[in-house]
Design a protein around this ligand. Sequence first.
Ligand SMILES: Nc1nc2c(ncn2[C@@H]2O[C@H](COP(=O)(O)OP(=O)(O)O)[C@@H](O)[C@H]2O)c(=O)[nH]1
Ligand SMILES: [Mg+2]
Length: 140
Amino acid sequence: MHDLDADMVAEALRELDPPAHSLVLIENICNLVCPAFFGLGERAKVVLMAVTEGEDKPLKYPHMFRTSDVLVLTKVDLLPHLDVDVARCREYARRVNPRLEILETSATRGDGLAHGTRSCTRAWSREPERPKRPDAADAA
Ligand SMILES: Nc1nc2c(ncn2[C@@H]2O[C@H](COP(=O)(O)OP(=O)(O)O)[C@@H](O)[C@H]2O)c(=O)[nH]1
Ligand SMILES: [Mg+2]
């Protein structure tokens, strides 16, 4: 859904009424700009990026990668057919966020899914830090 906001999430949570300590996943199908700037009350943020999108995405949308805890590079089974350099993509992502955990997954082959789930659960289980805001300079 486009333009998810915290009020919509709050309303959905009231309706869902999950038991205490539940893990609630919010899939924010949006561009790589808005989710970096508008918090939804989330504990942790995971950015998914298909390798078909090209290795330069972290440099084009640094705020998204800077405010995320985990980057999941998806569809890595397609790499042999693409002119995409994953090592460079990782380097770009770490350049904007040295703390970013990076995973490579393929849903069709099953690569990295168990590891990815563990990493994301770890990120979601951490105590909340103060809200992350992209640098004002990035907004320009
Ligand atoms: N080759 C390949 N295709 C995938 C993979 N995951 C999803 N797809 C295909 O990509 C299309 C969109 O799938 P979706 O799960 O919505 O992934 P999205 O493209 O990241 O939104 C569908 O045709 C899926 O079958 C993957 O790991 N490898
Ligand atoms: Mg999709």
